[in-house]
Design a protein around this ligand. Structure first.
Ligand SMILES: [Fe+2]
Ligand SMILES: [Fe+2]
Length: 134
């Protein structure tokens, strides 16, 4: 099952960043797939833990890249990531209360965050480096 589908408007205009984001989306979808097939009461908590892990790993790679290049908006980038963690925490609670409603919100919120984050923070990163190169 697909939770989030790669779309062209996710693209930040740099192949390496897009490939990394496609890999992240692929990983999220594989986790979601597992959640859908597993008839295990712990599947939901495993899913959320793995989701946070996948996103955190991606974020740490990006942060290292930013730090190495003296990127100026690292705190803002981190803040947006923290906002996502808060959302995931809220979704976990929602799943506890009503799993069906939680599942519907999950796709919408993750997709919303990804498109917003890619478009603003990650695309800006690429712009700043392009500007420096010229
Ligand atoms: Fe990213
Ligand atoms: Fe990012």
């Amino acid at each position: 099952m697909i939770l989030v589908q790669w779309r062209d408007d996710y693209s930040v205009g740099a192949r390496s960043v897009d490939d990394e984001h496609k890999a992240l989306i692929g990983r999220i979808n594989r986790l979601y797939d597992q959640l859908m097939v597993e008839d295990d009461p712990l599947a939901v908590s495993t899913f959320f833990e793995s989701l946070i892990k996948a996103i955190t790993e991606h974020f740490l790679r990006e942060e290292r890249f930013m730090r190495e290049r003296g990127y100026d908006q690292l705190p803002q980038h981190r803040e947006d990531y923290e906002r996502l963690l808060d959302e995931i925490e809220a979704l976990t609670d929602e799943f506890d209360r009503n799993e069906e409603a939680g599942r519907e919100d999950l796709a919408m919120r993750i997709d919303g965050w990804l498109s917003d984050h890619f478009e603003t923070h990650d695309a800006r990163l690429e712009e700043v480096f392009d500007r420096r190169k010229n």
